[in-house]
Design a protein around this ligand. Sequence first.
Ligand code: ADP
Ligand code: MG
Length: 583
Amino acid sequence: EEEGEQFEFQAEVGRVMDIIVNSLYSNKDVFLRELVSNSADACDKKRFLALTEGDAEPEPMNLRISTDKEARTLTIEDNGVGMLKEELQENLGRIARSGTANFVKELKSGESDVSLIGQFGVGFYSAFLVATKIEVYSRSFKATPEEQKTWKWTSTGGSYSLKEEPDVQLFGLQSGTKIVLTLREEAQEYLDSGKLSDLVKRYSEFITFPIELWNEKVQYDQVVDESAPKKEGDKPKMKSVPRSVFEWEVMNKMKPIWLRNPDVVNESEYTEFYKTTFKAFDEPLSVTHFKVEGQIEFRALVFIPSTMPFELTRDMFSAEGRAMRLYVKRVFINDKFEDLIPRWLTFARGVVDSEDLPLNVGREILQKSRTLKIIRKRVVRKVLDSIDELREKSPAKYENFWNSYGKYFKVGLVEDMDYKDELKRFVRFWSSKSGDNMTSLDEYVGRMQEGQDKIYFVTGEGKRAAEISPAMEKMRLKGYEVLYMVDPLDEICSQSIVDFDGKKMVDINKAGLDLSKNEDEKKEMEDMQKEYEGLATWLKKQLGERVQKVAISDRLVDSPATLVQGEWGMSPMMQRYMKSQTT
Ligand code: ADP
Ligand code: MG
């Protein structure tokens, strides 16, 4: 069909394309959002490249959108980073991101929706929702002088072709990408300037580069009215004649949302920003927007998603799943820096815009930066405050939060000494008295019996297993509440908590459980020791190496005997967990 080298798409791409080309999906507008966001990403990348390794100052960057009614094409162009030939092949012929295969499956079965395509690293292909043919012209900022070529990538869906295209004009002097869509019969509406202008406004509001639309404007020219009756000596009569002119019109004139005063931003603007910037489809569970002035100046806007971000569903600490966007004086630097927020807040999405960090900030600089440490501390403080507010004011939302992200906080408790005490307040466990809800340590302490001075817990695989543990018998008799540690993370976390409100955490299944006793109980225990000493010695002889020791204890009520771990030993659940981790 096309001249140039022919290439096949990777099988997964073929499948995505099949679905898109045959999609009856009515909301085709998403393609524009995807292409605009790719162009904005490309501009961000160029600026970052120029800062970190280039010697070339990047030209001012922007996006341009135009139509050609006769040719029935829609063109989206940017002067961003561009692509080398290999990058065109790699980026527009393959799927790099894990989890995309799942998306394809879900799309097929109707469980997922085409509008989510951007999350799966295949947003570009949504252009086939409206186009029969896509042409991509690109010149890379990374190219060495001898490979400064403009490449043309073309596809009508089945396969694609690549060739050099020296004659095409790109408005970017250094680099850029131009995408020309030949619109489908049923997608001619995207040639309509009214429709296009609405859409572009909607999708460009939160893009920090100017987006220009080649827009029709009516201008009035003053011309001599020849038809007017004339008398000798009169000045000629003039009239206004409308004329259509085209000009580049900037569609996004608003300040970036995080620079605005929080008082003037409404909830739906935050939600819209959250969705477009982080490719999310849910509503944020909480929004934290603030500004710090003084010795250090920065602005921050942080969201907690109400559903776990897709990239974190398989691996809770996946680097791909990080999305705290660091800006320095409005210039986007990176959204994958590890040091901006603690690992246990990986799920947070947001923007930090600093006035003080150097523009060419790299990972090494950041790691040592005192400024960043202060920023991080302030951001964490504010985010924890907003979670605290959820906890106090909207229990249902807090429950949602805990179900989604509790495991992050448990890990935080274990690995982050700076926030350990802070995080204890947030933890929730099941317990023998918590019923259908989980309990906080605070609530537990509030329910403690007279004379009880420890926080008791039992481990078990699931609530039921914990409940029927023989060690529970005595606890029930005493009326003591017991926390159920039902997964390995609970258990590691309980060890790390050590104490709360001055009360020690104690595993009721470990040796050395020391329940406070009254005089009668002490006497009874002494008698038992004497009476059964012989039996204990005999049992130890019979069991030999299989047990460490046999002890007479008052921890049971109905059961005659139970197995416990040594005070410093691991629970059976933990032992199984460790085994499964090492094999
Ligand atoms: P994603 O944006 O999630 O990576 P896409 O399917 O939207 O997935 O785009 C795939 C890749 O193609 C991008 O990651 C980028 O490398 C490249 N790309 C797409 N559009 C452009 C563009 N306008 N300029 C430079 N690179 C682009
Ligand atoms: Mg994209």
